[in-house]
Design a protein around this ligand. Sequence first.
Ligand code: ADP
Length: 447
Amino acid sequence: MFEKVLIANRGEVALRIHRACREMGIHTVAVHSTADADAMHVRLADEAVCIGPPPAAESYLNIPSILAAAEITNADAIHPGYGFLSENARFAEIVREHGVTFIGPTPEHIRLMGDKIAAKDAARSLGIPVVPGSDGPVPNLEVGLKVAKEIGYPVLIKATAGGGGRGMKVAHNSDKLSEALSTARAEAGAAFGNDQVYIEKYLSTPRHIEVQVLGDSHGNVIHLGERECSLQRRHQKILEECPSPALNASEREAIGDVVVRGLTKLGYLGAGTVEFLYEDGKFYFIEMNTRVQVEHPITEAVTGIDIVREQIRIAAGAPLGYTQKDVTFHGHAIECRINAENPVTFAPSPGRVTDYHPPGGLGVRVDSALYAGYSVPPYYDSLIAKLIVHGPTRNECLMRLRRALEEFVVGGVDTTIDLHRKLVTNADFVNGQYDVHWLERTMASWR
Ligand code: ADP
């Protein structure tokens, strides 16, 4: 097992990784920008190294600084968390070249899944169903028109290098395709430095359902069930639940089997998530994330499996601690993402947190790096806390969640707690009747 792990991240996920390491008897190294000198992850880690000024490009994305930090602290592995360098294949490669273990999949698999067209090709060849579309890049309007005519409008234009919902544009008819193609291309170029786009059938009422997997270096792959992440704004997840209210046990088992068979063929190593859209009883692959996800704790709640601990064990060469038969599901879990944002406009709200009182009690978990007096810096993602609630049934989970949201106090900055309070009493949500477009439609009706 590793003696010392460097955590190349910040905020709640840095704490999450630190906690797993601590329980395993592994020393931790925090890295931080000058803006994060007082951050909780820096305070809790055994050692801390400043890696640069506030902008992420000069600190949390600064590969030479992070490697230097690993070298001077003698860390034997690096955990990238999510975001930042977690899906940067070149980073994983460089870490490996320096004789340090990257806690994650192979650079080859990160690269394959990071290119959405290649990922869809791979999924298809592994027997995983995909969304109908261009099956390759769309170089110009002529090709776009031809593809759209074949699959039928509306169509969605997506960036090959996409992520975070950016560079996606819907076209409802051929007149709108030209403009949608050029805006998607421009957005993709600006956001990812790669303006290649492709076309997919735009599904009108899909649910976002994803399957959590773990694969080890001994050829074993298992799934930990699904998560439903349909509550989204601008294609960004706001609240997730597990299991999905839309699936029955046989559908769950069937999609889990398809994913496990596919990823076993691929020889997938580490934790990963295969994301699908689900409509009219059918699953369509959209992408695979080759890292731990923000919403992983709801899976931990219902399976009792520590996903970050498994990531570390797998990277150290150990076989998975569980077979598929060992994975059983208990009760229901929901995660609310609490962002330092205006709950109506979603404008970021950085600043000093004057009061902080997280909820507690049976079945309540809060993953956060906040403390009273902490200043939320303006430079990074606005996620400041995750509230994860577990209960024996969906209904009991909801009752507990409402109670926990009532208790939650974050003073001094705007947060999305109020939005969650409204969501968890909404009749459609309570009935599990929603799709990926539901939240935006519903919020528009509140205005
Ligand atoms: P990103 O990597 O930018 O997050 P994804 O491919 O994972 O992009 O899609 C994010 C979200 O966008 C999905 O959860 C869904 O809400 C929406 N979406 C993606 N593809 C489609 C589609 N073909 N039809 C309708 N909605 C889609």
